[in-house]
Write a new protein. Structure first.
Length: 94
């Protein structure tokens, strides 16, 4: 798998996890944009959730505080997804 594909998986998985967490807290994109110190607009947050826009580390840190999630947990889940795609035979083991 090339680095571009890994990057696509990373951003689409991260965005999906952010969206699920935001929705589980019943927060709107507007609320997160307004109440978080991440400095992202509603439309930027939407693009991040769709995996179509990258996010800076400091923005992710602030977003994680607002949405109450562990960046480390998210990265571990994304790493697992990438390994499973690179090595489908590992899916049963992981």
């Amino acid at each position: 798998m090339d680095s571009q594909r890994r990057n696509e998986i990373f951003h689409s998985e991260l965005g999906a996890m952010i969206r699920v967490q935001r929705e589980s807290l019943a927060f709107s994109l507007e609320q997160v944009s307004r109440d978080s110190d991440c400095g992202l607009s509603r439309s930027a947050l939407s693009l991040i959730e769709l995996g179509e826009q990258q996010i800076y580390a400091h923005q992710l840190f602030e977003l994680a505080k607002t949405l109450r999630f562990s960046i480390e947990d998210y990265f571990q889940k994304i790493e697992k997804k990438i390994v499973e795609e690179e090595h489908p035979e590992m899916k049963k083991i992981l």
